[in-house]
Write a protein that binds this ligand. Structure first.
Ligand code: M6R
Length: 623
């Protein structure tokens, strides 16, 4: 406890933040195997502990463990959990130990609960319940729900008991619940965190997203905020926040072949890196009319000529694609443009303008900060557009206009092919807006489209830098850290290169605008420090090369990434990766590839978990 200056005792707020995965299955056959399979798919949302509970002959069977779903599977192998009804959970914790006790479900004698989200008043509720003699086993906020609900169930039917429990909770959450004495129902509830229902013959499902349900059904519905659903194997009933029965639209999911299949690759990340030419081809096929060399975007939410400013918003790698696009919009259009990190945007004192186009970029379409930034825009009545990979996602569903990148599922936590897809869509959008506003000369526009059509094959060529990159990667093993430098469009690519290396190999890396080095970071350069210089054949080329010389003079070990054949390169450059050149503005696509390969190979040499780097999750659904 800490004491405020006015003498009042404050409970130090122990946050229990989770962005977990939920699955529920009601069936006419045993469900534990399918729960395990779905949890494996949900591990992208969190993988520090896992658990499930099934119901068999009015007995709740709970199995939990710290660590991954594989571990839970081993436990089930030794001690199976029978039952035709069950719920499962994967957890991602930032506070509290990810141990077996804190893993979900949280069960009492009569009820078992899985939860995604935060119960903000859990401390107060816990104190009240403890005063009444209730005992808590875990340090989680979820157990408050279990205890409250168990009390409500003493004299109420499950649906009423759930409604009355939820009235006491503050925060945002999604829940899946089973009941000892009602052995054919699962109740799901949504307030804030997404929740979906899937339908099949003799089987119905609950899931924190459609991805978990995809292998079992392609028919799904989404709960809206405040909704509750009651599932049996043969029926699903939905109720709104006022307990009125409501109908839901059934959506048919697109069919993604080879979803979770690594093929001959060691891991998903390498598969996804090498899939990038295909990603680019699909995206180009989707949006470019090759016979007319025209970009097809319809239904613009704002007349392109009346756009005042473009505001680009995203997190992590998606934000880096926004930064690259900022340079493109400035280059090709007369528009003002800003790029913002969603977690900053959502709390700034912004002046919204209905003539601004607010563009949200997100692979998953579920990132909490990006989603909240989108909600803020909607509340302020401005037009929104989202660039997403997952078309069924919350961000896609809440935007006025959606542009899917068609990259197919990205499973590796480190974003690779989605980044190329995001940049590609932003590039096409920028060109199209420039053309519609007459900001770009029509010949230049056509030439850029022609060059863009060559992108997939040039990406293939860039991937051939892998052999050389494997040699370079060894330099990073003994280094204290590394720096990534670039100017113009190559600056965000430097940021992205550094992010990939940090995320995958746990080595310190800094991305910097090359021109900023003298203002402090140059002090970090010492003998043997790896410095990656991204210097394509653009207006910054000579300036960046001068900055590189300053680094060499101080002992930096240079990896130069360039598409220029200008002969100004020092012999002191340790390695040069020569990339193909077709057009200045396309260089970010090409220089990204060796950087992804570099991060990948350093992580491989360090034997890191490539697809699931420590402390991270694929989809960051809490702020
Ligand atoms: O799903 P999103 O694109 O919204 O995710 C945003 C970031 O969390 C994500 O790009 C993250 O930075 C990646 N793990 C980086 O590789």
């Amino acid at each position: 406890k800490i004491t405020a200056s006015n003498g009042k005792k404050l409970q130090k707020k122990k946050e229990k933040i989770r962005m977990c995965g939920i699955i529920g299955i009601a069936s006419n056959k045993f469900v534990s195997t399918n729960i395990i399979n779905s949890l494996k798919k949900l591990e992208y949302r969190g993988y520090d502990s896992a658990g499930l509970a099934t119901l068999d002959n009015n007995i709740i069977k709970e199995k939990k463990c710290s660590g991954r779903v594989d571990q839970l599977e081993k436990i089930l192998f030794k001690s199976p959990a029978s039952g035709n009804l069950g719920i499962g959970h994967v957890r991602w914790a930032t506070h509290g130990i990810p141990n077996e006790v804190n893993a979900h479900p949280h069960s009492s004698e009569i009820v078992s609960v899985v939860h995604n989200g935060i119960i903000e008043n859990s401390n107060e509720l816990k104190i009240q319940l403890e005063k009444k003699g209730k005992k808590f086993k875990s340090q989680t906020d979820t157990e408050v729900i279990t205890i409250l609900l168990s009390d409500e169930l003493k004299n109420k039917e499950p649906l009423d008991a759930v409604y009355d429990t939820l009235k006491k909770l503050k925060g945002s959450f999604a829940l899946g619940i089973i009941f000892k004495n009602f052995n054919n129902i699962i109740i799901g509830a949504r307030r804030g965190s997404p929740l979906a229902v899937g339908y099949s013959k003799n089987e119905n499902y609950l899931g924190s997203d459609s991805y978990a349900l995809k292998s079992m059904t392609n028919k799904i519905s989404y709960l809206d905020d405040g909704d509750i659903c009651v599932l049996t194997k043969d029926s699903v009933d939905f109720y709104d926040a006022k307990k009125n029965k409501v109908n839901k639209k059934v959506l048919i999911l697109s069919d993604d072949k080879n979803v979770a299949n690594k093929g001959d690759y060691k891991n998903f990340m390498s598969k996804e890196i090498f899939e990038q030419p295909i990603t680019a081809r699909n995206c180009i096929n989707e949006y470019i009319d090759k016979s007319r060399d025209e970009i097809n975007f319809y239904n613009f939410p704002i007349q392109p000529k009346s756009i005042n400013k473009v505001v680009l918003i995203g997190c992590g790698t998606a934000y880096h694609s926004c930064l690259v696009a900022k340079y493109w919009f400035e280059e090709f259009t007369t528009l003002n443009v800003e790029a913002d990190i969603a977690s900053e945007f959502r709390y700034r004192n912004l002046k919204f303008n209905k003539d601004n186009l607010y563009l949200f970029v997100s692979q998953s379409g579920e990132t909490a900060d990006t989603s909240a930034a989108l909600d803020l825009c909607k509340k302020n009545g401005v037009k929104t557009c989202s660039i997403v990979n997952v078309v069924e996602s919350s961000i896609a569903r809440n935007s006025d206009w959606v542009l899917p990148i068609h990259a197919g599922p990205e499973i590796g936590v480190a974003s690779t092919k989605a980044f190329i897809g995001q940049m590609l869509l932003l590039y096409m959008l920028c060109l199209k807006i420039a053309a519609l506003r007459n900001d770009i000369d029509s010949q230049d526009y056509q030439k850029k489209i022609k060059n863009l059509k060559k992108l997939p094959e040039i990406l293939e060529e860039c991937l051939r830098s892998e052999d050389k990159i494997q040699l370079v990667a060894r330099d990073f093993l003994d280094s204290k850290g590394s720096m990534f430098l670039g100017r113009g469009c190559s600056f965000p690519i430097a940021l992205e290169g550094a992010l990939k290396l940090k995320e995958l190999s746990y080595l310190h890396a800094e991305g910097y605008p090359a021109g900023e080095m003298k203002h402090g970071p140059l002090a970090l350069i010492e003998n043997g420090l790896p410095v990656i210089v991204i210097s394509p054949n653009d207006k910054y080329f000579h300036k960046t090369i001068s900055n590189m010389q300053e680094v060499i003079a101080r002992g930096g070990k240079i990896l130069l990434i360039t598409d220029s054949n200008k002969n100004v390169i020092s012999e002191n450059v340790r390695f040069t990766i020569n990339l193909p050149y077709i057009e200045k503005s396309l260089s970010p696509f090409f220089s990204t590839i060796p950087l992804q390969l570099l991060a990948y190979h350093v992580a491989l040499l360090k034997k890191c978990d490539i697809d699931k780097p420590r402390n991270l999750a694929k989809s960051v659904t809490v702020e």
